[in-house]
Design a protein around this ligand. Sequence first.
Ligand SMILES: Cc1cc2nc3c(=O)[nH]c(=O)nc-3n(C[C@H](O)[C@H](O)[C@H](O)COP(=O)(O)O)c2cc1C
Length: 211
Amino acid sequence: MNNLEIFEKRHSVRKFKDEQIPEQDLKKIMEAAIKAPSGKNIQNWHFVVIENKEKIKQIAAIIAKKNELLASKIADQEKKEHFTRYLRFGTHFKDAPVLILVFVGDYPITGLEVMEEADLPAEEILKAKKAAPGIQNIGAAVENMLLAAAELGYGTCWMTSQNYAATEIENFVGFNEDGYQLAMMTPLGVPAKEPTSPPKKDLAEVVTWLK
Ligand SMILES: Cc1cc2nc3c(=O)[nH]c(=O)nc-3n(C[C@H](O)[C@H](O)[C@H](O)COP(=O)(O)O)c2cc1C
């Protein structure tokens, strides 16, 4: 197989067959994750792999409860309905056989202290922060994980919309290492149907070639 074909195999999958995932496949997927590059090779990631269906359902319930609490504080009716409607994009993993949580640890931004001491304009400092290299590390690990899963025939879905319930989820799974916080999660399982993806922008729209 031409390795580049793997990019056609990965799709966001939100419904799964009721099939358990063999341990050796999960291990391969996690091995792929930790082979990712990271700034200064800091590897500021931690993964919590949940294979217990009851616990996965409980996490979905925690998110639903936080959604309800937050929605109750929204005065504007339209905004409230919109927020409530989007709950399904944060809980569709509830019947998946596996849920993987990815935590991000602190990462010192190279040059930030120097920029601050040099009294550079706030926008320049903000730019360096917004590029968020610590989060970029997690992105690399997550993409490795999703591509490895796709290669083995599994579906996944990168999910962040439920992060408003991060504290409750962290407490539930009991991973509270200093400096770490929940960054994303993905279900993993055999797709219920042949997966597809929405269209992508053309190269011409997103690439500037300088020659
Ligand atoms: C950072 C990030 C956050 C995402 N959050 C969610 C989410 O919370 N819920 C969800 O259903 N999909 C989520 N997605 C999946 C996107 O909707 C999906 O990648 C996009 O529609 C393109 O489809 P594809 O993954 O099949 O190519 C997220 C993707 C990324 C990269």
